[in-house]
Structures are given as structure tokens and as C-alpha cells.
Write a protein that binds this ligand. Structure first.
Ligand code: CA
Ligand code: CA
Length: 250
């Protein structure tokens, strides 16, 4: 009787360990700071460049209370589209973000996929897991401490389609609880480049305007110029007439 009970307990423990090992291996299957085309890469140290001093708006994506829900391409996931201009290329980025996990989910699970409007079908789509290596629950700020050029990893640029859309999908590399947020993304308290995510693009000006959602500076149209020229002509004509009238009276 006692032997049977011990055998049952041993079998349960063995089964538990097998399940545990299986889960562990799933979590770390393709882990990396960057993953592109199934190839994981974690450069240490990262090669970064300082914030560009070129004119134009800062191409910062603000990250505020974004849920990290389920596995890649789950329909519940948060997907954000940014119009950065047809044919524009994402060539690098920085991150200054905070990840706060829920329950037993790990900081390393929270991941962002960057792609064209083709999503996961984009051959240049890549995944970024800023909390890589932090295999534990918690809340923590993560910073790239500068802009990471993809060429330094090396990794392909993300080339957007004719629709000009750069797509970000927030997902969990390991979904602990289905249909429930495993973590929440926010901006870091302090930032090395900008709060959230900075995008470095082949056409930086176009990238910056649309990400900031700020209108470009107004450029006078031909019709506007025409109106100003017409007003100047009328003003000139008025002054000439006034001068002539005064001359006649004098
Ligand atoms: Ca979930
Ligand atoms: Ca998780």
C-alpha cells in the first residue's frame, strides 16, 4: 500500500518536472534581444550612436499603458500603424521604456514586432525584447542608451510598402494567461534619447513628422503667393494714384 502511494507520488513529481522542463524550453526557444527571420541576436555590448543633431522633428513613439497581451499574431494584441512615407526604411531605433509584468509572467516575455503592413509575413520583420535575460516577474526600466543602427547587429532594415505603413505589434513570446495582459508597457522615468521609442529612418524628416503627428511647416501655395502679389500690386497702384492726385492738387 505504502509502496503504491510512493510510486504514485514519484510519478506525479516526474510528470511535473517534464511539464516544467517543456515550459522552460518553450520560453527560451528563440529568445534574443533582436530576432529576425528566426535568427536571434543579442549583441553585447550594443553599438549605439548618439541622438542625431539633424534638423527636423524627433521621431519618437510615445508608449503609454500599452498591454502586452498574448502570443504573436493573436487577434487580441495591440497593433499600431504609423505612416512614415512610401518606401521609407527603418534603419535603427532606441528604446527608453518600462515593462511591468502581471502574475508570474517574465519581463523577458514582453516583445514588439516591427514590420511593414505585411506583419509577420514581412521577411524583414523583427522582434525586440528589451527585457531579454530578465527571466522573472517585476517592473523595470530598460534603455538602449543610444540609437542602435541595424547595420551594427547586423540586421536588415524594415522597408515599408507603397502604403507607407510601419507596423508595431505588442506581444508575449510566452503567453502565460490567454486573453489577459501579461504585462504593460510604459515610458521609462528617464530617457537617453527620448521617452518611448525613437525611429531612425532613411528619410528621417518624413519619419519624424508622421510619428509626432505634427503637421509640417506651412509652405505658401502658388495661389497664396498670387494673392500676396495681387495685394502688393493693388497697394502700389493705390500709392501711385494718391501721389498723382496730390501732385494735381499741388
Ligand atoms: Ca496573455
Ligand atoms: Ca508572459
Amino acid at each position: 500500500m505504502n509502496i503504491n502511494r510512493h510510486m504514485r507520488l514519484f510519478s506525479s513529481l516526474l510528470l511535473g518536472c517534464l511539464i516544467c522542463t517543456s515550459v522552460w524550453s518553450q520560453r527560451d526557444g528563440t529568445a534574443g534581444l533582436f530576432v529576425q527571420a528566426g535568427q536571434a541576436s543579442t549583441p553585447n555590448p550594443l553599438t549605439t550612436v548618439p541622438t542625431p543633431t539633424s534638423s527636423g522633428p524627433a521621431a519618437c513613439i510615445h508608449i503609454n499603458n500599452i498591454d502586452s497581451l498574448d502570443g504573436l499574431d493573436d487577434p487580441d494584441n495591440v497593433v499600431l500603424d504609423f505612416f512614415i512615407g512610401a518606401g521609407n526604411e527603418l534603419t535603427g531605433l532606441s528604446w527608453d521604456i518600462n515593462i511591468a509584468t502581471a502574475g508570474v509572467s517574465w519581463l523577458s516575455d514582453a516583445t514588439i514586432q516591427f514590420s511593414s503592413s505585411d506583419g509577420s509575413a514581412d521577411p524583414n520583420a523583427f522582434n525586440l525584447a528589451p527585457g531579454f535575460g530578465q527571466n522573472m516577474p517585476g517592473a523595470m526600466d530598460f534603455s538602449s542608451n543610444g540609437i542602435v543602427p541595424f547595420a551594427s547587429i547586423p540586421m536588415n532594415n524594415v522597408v515599408v510598402n507603397a502604403d507607407g505603413i510601419l507596423r508595431l505589434q505588442f506581444f508575449e513570446s510566452f503567453d502565460d494567461v490567454s486573453d489577459v495582459p501579461d504585462a504593460i508597457w510604459n515610458e521609462a522615468a528617464n530617457s537617453s534619447v527620448c521617452p518611448g521609442i525613437f525611429l531612425q529612418c532613411s528619410d528621417q524628416i518624413s519619419c519624424g513628422w508622421v510619428v509626432d503627428l505634427a503637421p509640417p511647416p506651412p509652405i505658401p501655395s502658388l495661389s497664396s503667393w498670387g494673392i500676396w502679389v495681387l495685394l502688393l500690386l493693388l497697394l502700389s497702384a493705390g500709392l501711385i494714384s494718391l501721389t498723382g492726385w496730390r501732385d494735381q492738387r499741388g
